[in-house]
Design a protein around this ligand. Structure first.
Ligand code: NAD
Ligand code: UDP
Length: 333
């Protein structure tokens, strides 16, 4: 089962699992995920269940592996309905852990670098406990994910549930929603449309970007690893960049004439972020292999294809591009 399978990471994971010959149940409420992502998957064995993890009981299911990727991940989208975001992480984790227990299934939790908040230790190792504002606009996401980690490790301690907890750092690539408000999709779409590229704050804040294929490779290695190896495991690429650099690189790669403009920095925007990936290297022999340059090139090609298709077939693409441009705490659209 891939919960959140219609979203960015979920669709990439489903595509890989289908190619590897698995039968997949994709569970999603289609809040930020899209039918058009499912439609682009390679042919294979896939069932789709429309279900909101904050609400009903799950239908009766038998599964042997669960990937919990269900949760809006873009700040403007997860801040739109903070209670739903918090409950998605908490109730979603609880419900899926119960299912894992009933089926004796392995279960992966997509935790996040946001666990570290605005980190005072740099780069961040898994042993760092973090620096999170528990009542700011990002708290619904950060604290929800922290709570999900609690539920996972307690399920393991209480019932021996076979858990894997991965802390994902900023990841980008095909299947991202062009309007979801994250930096890579924003900058690429703005550059392709020759619109101003919006750098928040002075653009000196850093992130470390991982190409999605590298991340999915690590996710599968982790899921298949020694059952005693529970995590938490940092999942990301330590190639740290500031946002001005990213804007300039995307402008260069798209050949765009877009100006780079500044907008106010969102509240509680972390100043810097970079994973220490020693654990992934040592335990799983994993290393990211896609450079930012190459990964952005592939992502730009994806968005070019999608935007061309949208212009040619607005009726088909309407569903997939339905999200209005989001607004963020501290930033006016
Ligand atoms: P996304 O928003 O593209 O996908 C999330 C999916 O979950 C969507 O399909 C959405 O419709 C679904 N969903 C949301 N709430 C739900 C609910 N209550 N019930 C059922 N489905 C629900 O985000 P993504 O980038 O694909 O992220 C996937 C997971 O990875 C998330 O849990 C996110 O927190 C985590 N993560 C992602 C990144 C990243 O850089 N992409 C970084 C850290 C953590
Ligand atoms: N950002 C930006 N311009 C945008 C969108 C985001 O400068 O149009 C910045 C944002 O302020 C943050 C960084 O890019 O410092 C990464 O933002 P994103 O929302 O992608 O992820 P997160 O903040 O959750 O790491």
């Amino acid at each position: 089962m891939v919960a959140g399978g219609a979203g960015f990471l979920g669709s990439n994971l489903c595509a890989r699992l289908i190619r590897d010959g698995h039968h997949i149940i994709c569970l999603d409420n289609f809040q930020t995920g899209r039918w058009s992502n499912i439609q682009q998957l390679p042919p294979g064995s896939l069932e789709v269940i429309r279900h909101d993890l904050t609400r009903d009981q799950l239908p009766p299911l038998a599964v042997d592996e669960i990937y919990n990727l269900a949760c809006a991940a873009s700040p403007p989208l997860y801040q739109r309905d903070p209670v739903h975001t918090l409950f998605t992480s908490m109730r979603g984790a609880h419900t899926l852990l119960e299912l894992a227990r009933r089926c004796s299934a392995r279960i992966f939790q997509s935790s996040t670098s946001e666990i570290y908040g605005n980190p005072q230790v740099h780069p961040q190792p898994e042993t760092y406990w973090g620096h999170v504002n528990c009542n700011g606009p990002r708290a619904c996401y950060d604290e929800g994910k922290r709570c999900a980690e609690v539920l996972f490790f307690d399920a393991h301690r209480a019932h021996g549930t076979h858990i894997k907890v991965g802390r994902i750092f900023n990841t980008y690539g095909p299947f991202m929603h062009p309007n979801d408000g994250r930096v890579v999709s924003n900058f690429i779409v703005q550059a392709l449309r020759n619109e101003p590229i919006t750098v928040y704050g002075d653009g000196s804040q850093t992130r470390s970007f991982c190409y999605v294929d590298d991340l999915i490779d690590l996710m599968l290695r982790f899921m298949g690893s020694d059952p005693e190896f529970l995590g938490p495991l940092n999942m990301g690429n330590p190639d740290e960049r500031n946002m001005v650099e990213v804007a300039e690189l995307i402008r260069e790669l798209t050949g765009s004439g877009s100006p780079i403009v500044t907008r106010p920095l969102p509240v509680d925007d972390p100043v810097r972020r970079c994973p220490d990936i020693s654990l992934a290297r040592d335990r799983l022999g994993w290393e990211p292999t896609t450079s930012l340059h190459a990964g952005l090139g592939l992502t730009i090609e994806y968005f070019e294809r999608r935007l061309r298709r949208r212009r040619a077939h607005p009726e088909i693409e309407r569903v997939g591009f339905g999200l209005p441009q989001p607004t963020l705490a501290g930033v006016k659209a």
